[in-house]
Design a protein around this ligand. Sequence first.
Ligand code: C2E
Ligand code: MG
Ligand code: MG
Length: 728
Amino acid sequence: MLSNISYNAVITNDPAQFQQECLEIIGSTIGAAHAYIFEHCHDTNTVCNTFEWAAIGMASHKEMFQEASSGSLSWWIDQLTQDKIICYSDIEQIPDERQKKLLQERSVKSILIVPLFVDRTYYGFIGFDNCKTHREWPDEDIEILRTTSRIIAWVIQRKKTEANLRIQTSAINAASDQILIIDDQGKIEFVNPAFETETGFTFEEVVGQPMMTIRSNTHDEGFYEDLWKTIRTGRHWYGEMTGVRKDGSIYTEDVSITPVKNEAGIIERYIAIKRNITEKKIYEQKLDHLAHHDVLTGLPNRLLFSDRLSKSLAQARRDDRLLAVMFLDLDRFKMINDTLGHNIGDKLLKQVAERLTGTLREVDTIARMGGDEFTLVIEGISRAQDAAIVAQRALDVFCQPFMVDGRELFVTASIGISMYPNDGADVETLVRNADTSMYRAKEQGRNTYHLFTESLNATVFERMVMEHSLRKALERDEFIVHYQPRVDIRSGSILGAEALVRWQHPEMGLVMPGQFIPLAEETGLIVPISEWVLDAACSQSKIWQDKNSPILDIAVNISARQFQKGDLVSAVKKALDRTELDPTCLHLELTESILMHNTDAAIDILNKLKDMGVKISIDDFGTGYSSLSYLKKFPVDAVKIDRSFIKDITTNPDDAAIAGAVIAMAHSLKLKVIAEGVETLEQLEFLKSINCDEMQGYFISRPVPAEEFHHLLWMQRYSPNMESLFVA
Ligand code: C2E
Ligand code: MG
Ligand code: MG
């Protein structure tokens, strides 16, 4: 009987039918009057949902329990929930009167009831009764009923689990998120339909494959290592990833991976839930763009501008560099708007934005603050002049008229400039000061720019004027060369001259090299100027040589820029060829720093010059690296001790010692030594005492125009002793 029941339990799909069958089998086999199963309803504390089998001729007892009030069953339920059986061969022995009465009314004589527990909670009971005789219930009957009760509980339990599982499965299948189950080896065990739809991979294609096979190539190895480290140690991983589809296309997904542990706490598998967030991301980006940009022009708005400016300020602070903030306002824009309408005004603003953007470098920022106001951040500049150049370029975009709806519109702008750190160190101050300067620009007649710091306006202006006229100076032939004699320290005879350039400015008068050479270097104008000097000096020297038989050397200064960028060798060759000057009469003066900066290239250039026969002197010696041994590398003929050492040579023992050491070392390297800036007889005497070879300085003569120099030569020729020369 039990094996019959067990078999049915395994194959059944319908717990109700199974329970009914059970009752029939055991009721008839045991020979009871009734066999029944009552489910307990926990809400009402009564019985419900009943199955019953009754022997032939027996009235049903179904109603007996169902109709009983919860109070009359309390003893009964009490016993059963405590897992006690109710077993009476004579119901008279039942201690509870209400219970006894209930059974007597139905003429029950003996009864056997065992409780039913499903999933450890009281479910109801199964029982027999006998109505004709007092029946003893042997242990076998009790055992049979107990076993049957357990089998029924198992069937009910299984059905419940199956139902739950069905619900869960349909939830997984219906989920819009991708769900993957991965085993502890990283192999895919399960994927849901959402995964198949999103990626194009089928269940069969990926199950059994390692997770690696569905990776995109956009993350580095370290990314996956971190991920696995997290989940292998039992922690939850959550993050953004790039997913890949079967066709190779990629998308952004939110991924959450949870390790699942068994009862022993060991990770058995991982559940991954993924969601495509590409669209969400695009939407977010769009929102972000909207929040930070001006709709009309697409330029950054005030918010983004402030953000960028504060970042740029931090960078400028770190790099110790200047930064310019510009406030640009269109002149009389309101008039255009009022007379031609907002539509035209808007189109004009768009074009202005485009043109302005075109004049800026990638790193600079331009923003629209609203209306006809624009702001610019110019980074990485080294002087106010650079900001002025950018501002001028911005103003220049307004030179051409704007074409709006077939109409030519002329508009200008005014720009205010504030500079970090001079005019402010924070966003607010810089913008405010740029704004103030913009009003100053308007006051100055519009279509111009104005720097917040007044003095800068002056320097920028001076420099601009200077640069402009410096460019013109060459064309206008405003440069002249003065010559300073170089004499033999013992005999006093003139050995040569140093050519020193001057700028004969129509308004400013004679401008000395210190005032324009740095600007010429910065602007690159030094190259054509120096070439002009070289040429002029060579031809002058040739003239003197032709007139005065003693060979006269000419020294020409070479600038760093000329040495690095200009083609010095061919410029020298050209000048020598044109003037037919003997190359050995030409000395080029270079400073140490020129050589030290570009050693290999410098040696190469110097060798080429030496091959031509040209001589090389190191100018301003002592102010730079002052390494004579280092100079050995270069084919150098002479060093010129800088004026600053000569100045105090008779009073400052340090200077005297340095000069002495330089002369001794230079001589050991077979270099000639020339003293610069000798102004007194004492200096001359001292230099003579420490064996200096040659000298230059006001004591002999200032640099003078060519005619005067000619006069000096003439004097020397006719009164060739030193005293008379000094008197001159
Ligand atoms: P430098 O080559 O060291 O020229 C010597 C400077 O010292 C000259 O100044 C000269 O007038 C001045 N000097 C000469 N003797 C005395 C003296 O006894 N006392 C004082 N106090 N000064 C004296 P200058 O002519 O103003 O030239 C300055 C610098 O400009 C030159 O220094 C040279 O580096 C540069 N320079 C001049 N002409 C040229 C040129 O044609 N090309 C290039 N690249 N640089 C030039
Ligand atoms: Mg010089
Ligand atoms: Mg010098």
